[in-house]
Design a binder for this molecule. Structure first.
Ligand code: ATP
Length: 138
């Protein structure tokens, strides 16, 4: 089975239990889970691919505004399946086109979109190591 990194962002942490119920019902297994508050430096490192973009400073401010929940999820085709379940990046779009998706249900707009999912198997391994450096890779 494949693994992916899921984040529940500060805007949706108060709904973390509901979101976990949804993903368990969709057949994901939670291998690891941590609640953390990122420093601006850690957050900038995590989102380094977006450095220099107009929304970068506000993304860092948002992602460090409170606790987040990081989870390693396992399922067949987990990276793709989790991206499908969370829906489009912009929650406003998600509400119109993927009304059952997690971002439609729990997000607000293009920034406050409730959850994160790794975009490839390579990113997933990097992001899992970022949050769970002691995690053993089979
Ligand atoms: P994530 O990486 O969080 O799963 P994603 O891959 O769907 O999201 P990216 O394009 O990688 O989206 O953007 C990372 C995050 O930056 C988004 O999830 C969102 O919170 C924020 N973001 C993206 N685009 C914008 C924007 N135009 N304005 C404000 N925030 C944005």
């Amino acid at each position: 089975v494949e693994r992916t990194l899921a984040l529940i962002k500060p805007d949706a942490v108060h709904k973390a239990n509901e979101i976990e119920t949804i993903l368990l019902n969709q057949g994901f297994t939670v291998l690891q889970k941590r609640r953390v508050i990122l420093t601006a430096e850690q957050c900038s490192d995590f989102y380094s691919e977006h450095y220099g973009k107009k929304f970068f400073p506000s993304l860092v401010a948002f992602m460090t505004s409170g606790p987040i929940v990081a989870m390693v999820l396992a399922k067949e085709n987990a990276v793709h399946q989790w991206r499908e379940l969370i829906g489009p990046t912009n929650s406003t779009v998600a509400k119109e086109t993927h009304s059952e998706s997690i971002r439609a249900l729990y997000g607000t707009n293009e920034q406050k979109n409730a959850v994160h999912g790794s975009d490839s198997e390579v990113s997933a391994e990097r992001e899992i190591r970022f949050f769970f450096p002691n995690c053993i890779v089979e």
